[in-house]
Design a binder for this molecule. Structure first.
Ligand SMILES: Cc1ncc(COP(=O)(O)O)c(C=O)c1O
Length: 400
């Protein structure tokens, strides 16, 4: 039989699909899965999602929606009920005054980012992206034809981003600045003052700020802040929100944008020609999440703080590992460059690869986030798993 590769002509795909890569985090998940299928006991510290179950009252709302036959198309931008719930929660929590027309419900926060960038970034436009960055920002900008301008930050300063640093990168082609506080992967939190200064600078120069606030409720500083609370920045601001992390709802795919009406309408139009509405059932669950008791959010936040403290203490006790104490999200981003040149390890990718293959701990190498000397370690798991992971990392690094 003729091998398929000889019989099939080379498939010609679009130029734009060639501009993006599969997510670096997904690659680790696939390799860890392969090991698991071979019966290996892997400690997985690579995951980007909460380990908690979705709270019961939220699940019950979805089940009730099914029983009530709330199973048909809704408006593409989401139901009025959910858009109202989104703006109400935001207005209450952050002292803002968004209206329904400024909210669009999308299929997860990632979909919001995709829509916003498609609607605002033209071919050749520059987008300022602080490093380390969450992997998908870069690819979504590139898919739109935009050019990422990477803003290096200093680990010793907690990866701080200031308006002065941004100002140095602005050119006549700058269209957008992407902020992500708390940050994936570093867990760094920008102060409200720094965020506001960046947004004011952007507003003055007619530059958009895309503020990815999907971890906004996982802020451990005690100063929870959304840029949406600063009226003078709102004209050039798109907030990408998500229920995924806040309510442990990653699989439900519930995200939302808050943006000026012209941008919101354009994002809804794009969505109407791609996904149509997000799932009707998940929308009912989201209404309950946003309007129901918020104690689940507080409880999860408390637990993340406990896990973070344990993880940071554990990692700092391992000779050679340097680790900032993150103030939000559920990742730590330790510097492992002290091991370069030992045991054949020359890069973060090699360190993480060897750690997975030899010590069976899954983490994500920093290269995917734009830095060369770090690995991302998620602590969204049980205390026991953290201890097992820490013990293996300790033994592994000692063996290098
Ligand atoms: C910074 C950041 N933004 C957006 C997302 C997307 O989350 P979702 O699409 O599940 O809302 C993630 C998920 O890991 C993230 O880390």
């Amino acid at each position: 039989m003729t091998p398929v590769s000889e019989a099939t002509p080379v498939t010609k795909l679009t130029e734009r699909i060639g501009r993006i890569q599969p997510s670096a985090t997904m690659a680790v998940v696939a390799e860890a899965d392969k090991l698991r299928q071979q019966g290996v006991d892997v400690v997985d510290l690579s995951v980007g999602e909460p380990h908690f179950a979705t709270p019961q009252h939220i699940k019950d709302a979805a089940i009730a929606a099914i029983h009530a036959n709330f199973t048909k198309y809704t408006a593409a931008a989401g139901t009025a009920e959910l858009r109202d719930a989104i703006v109400h929660r935001h207005n209450m929590d952050f002292d803002s005054d968004y209206r329904r027309e400024e909210a669009v419900v999308s299929v997860g926060g990632k979909h919001v980012l995709f829509n916003a960038i498609q609607v605002l970034v033209e071919h050749g436009d520059e987008v300022i992206l602080p490093v380390p960055y969450w992997v998908s920002f870069k690819d979504i900008v590139q898919y739109a034809g935009g050019k990422c301008v990477f803003l290096e930050t200093d680990e010793a300063q907690g990866f701080r981003v200031t308006a002065e640093m941004i100002a140095r990168q602005v050119t006549p082609r700058t269209k957008m600045i992407i902020l992500n506080s708390p940050s994936n992967p570093s867990g760094a939190v920008m102060t409200p003052e720094d965020q506001t200064a960046v947004a004011k600078l952007a507003a003055e120069r007619g530059i958009w700020v895309l503020s990815d606030e999907c971890y906004v409720y996982l802020n451990y500083t005690g100063r929870q802040f959304s840029l949406g609370s600063v009226p003078e920045c709102r004209e050039r601001l798109v907030i990408a929100g998500s229920l995924s992390k806040t309510y442990s709802m990653t699989g439900w795919r519930m995200g939302y944008s808050l943006a000026p009406t012209a941008v919101s309408s354009a994002m809804a139009k794009l969505q109407s020609q791609s996904t149509s509405n997000p799932t009707s059932i998940a929308q009912k669950a989201a209404v309950e999440a946003l309007k129901g008791p918020q104690t689940c959010v507080d409880e999860m936040r408390e637990e993340y703080i406990r896990l973070r403290d344990h993880m940071v203490k554990g990692l700092r006790s391992i000779p050679g590992i340097k680790c900032n104490k993150p103030e939000g999200a559920f990742y730590v981003y330790p510097n492992i460059s002290a091991f370069f040149g030992r045991g054949g390890v020359k890069s973060a990718a090699e360190f993480a690869g060897k750690l997975l293959r030899e010590a069976h701990v899954a983490t994500v190498p920093g290269e995917g986030f734009g830095t060369q000397e770090h690995i991302r370690v998620s602590y969204a798991t049980s205390m026991q798993e953290l201890d097992r992971g820490l013990e293996r990392i300790r033994k592994f690094t000692a063996s290098l």
